[in-house]
Design a protein around this ligand. Structure first.
Ligand SMILES: *[C@@H]1O[C@H](CO)[C@@H](O)[C@H](O)[C@H]1NC(C)=O
Length: 311
């Protein structure tokens, strides 16, 4: 290594493609992402405030939902503000430290999302299959144990993957064909051997992706079995509708993960790439607030309370 160039001594930097090639596209993406981001922030903040303000919503299911909304805000905040900054300034270059930080939080929050959805499925399973013992089983301790992997295992896992990536070699300006520092793009552009990292990622997919999704599936098999055994159709519908919001989110989360995994070319498509990051955070408040009587009821009560204060 005799030929030291200024680029190598100052360390590698990343060129974030961000999908725009013309001025028109740049402004269009900026406006779309801004609207999506504001929608996600306001929807999830509304859910968090309703659950915190309304004592009737202080149940495990809504505590988990509150966790999910908090997570969704943090999740989109790791990628969207930077994308808007890139669109606003037209400056595609990202520093090495920024890229690694973004990678770390992105992996961590993606894992947390999967764990939280599993906790919520177990909660629904207990509610449907053991309705009489629900409050006994879902004690504060159980809730804490269910939430533990989401907030403690994912940071550890994200640290391991980020450590792997920081040990890879990069030179000069590295092209990232996505709108954030994405793991796959980082592996593909490195000059080092990534086979041990790829093995780790497969193990990771089994333990953090496959096992939780099997638990979710098993919960729902039991739930459906119980629901089908309910004699009255009103009771059947009532029980099922308490799970339908969660089912919708699970299908979207795992559906997009599978599509993302199966297709390579989708990565180059701006609409699909953005959808993978924003769909669950955007749908979550919509699905839970529009179709949920408790949430709408809480909103009504809080608005009425405000009105009596004003009068
Ligand atoms: C997350 O869930 C736990 C367990 O139910 C609850 O105690 C906590 O308040 C929730 N935190 C947030 C930020 O929603």
């Amino acid at each position: 290594m005799d030929g030291v160039t200024p680029n190598v001594t100052s360390g590698p930097t990343f060129y974030i493609f961000a999908f725009f090639t013309s001025e028109k596209q740049r402004i269009l993406i900026l406006i779309t992402v801004l609207l999506i981001y504001l929608l996600i922030l306001s929807g999830n903040l509304l859910i968090i405030s309703l659950i915190s303000l309304e004592p009737r919503l202080h149940t495990p299911m809504y505590f988990f939902l509150c966790n999910l909304s908090t997570l969704d805000i943090m999740y989109v905040s790791t990628t969207l503000p930077k994308l808007m900054y890139i669109c606003h300034t037209g400056d595609h270059v990202m520093s090495y430290t920024y890229c690694m930080t973004q990678l770390y939080f992105y992996i961590m929050f993606t894992d947390t999302e999967g764990f939280l959805l599993t906790s919520m499925a177990i909660d629904r399973y207990v509610a449907v299959c053991f309705p009489l013992h629900y409050s006994l089983i879902m004690s504060k301790q159980t809730c804490f144990l269910l939430i533990l992997p989401a907030w403690f295992v994912s940071p550890i896992n994200a640290s391991i993957i980020t450590c792997f990536i920081t040990n890879l070699t990069y030179f000069g300006l590295v092209d990232i064909t996505n709108f954030f520092c994405d793991l796959k793009a980082l592996m593909d552009t490195s000059f080092s051997d990534t086979s041990s990292l790829r093995t780790y990622i497969i193990l990771n997919a089994v333990f953090i992706g496959f096992v939780p999704s099997c638990m979710i599936l098993a919960s729902y098999v039991r739930i459906i079995h119980t629901v089908l055994n309910i004699k009255t159709s009103v009771g059947r519908w009532k029980t099922f509708s308490s799970c339908s919001s969660h089912v919708t989110i699970v299908v979207v989360y795992y559906g997009s993960a599978i599509i993302l995994y199966l297709s390579e070319s989708l990565k180059e498509d701006v609409v699909l790439s953005l959808m993978f990051v924003t769909l669950v955070p955007m749908l979550n408040p919509l699905v839970y607030s529009l179709r949920n009587r408790d949430i709408i009821g809480a909103l009504r009560i809080i608005i009425q309370r405000k009105r009596t204060w004003v009068l």
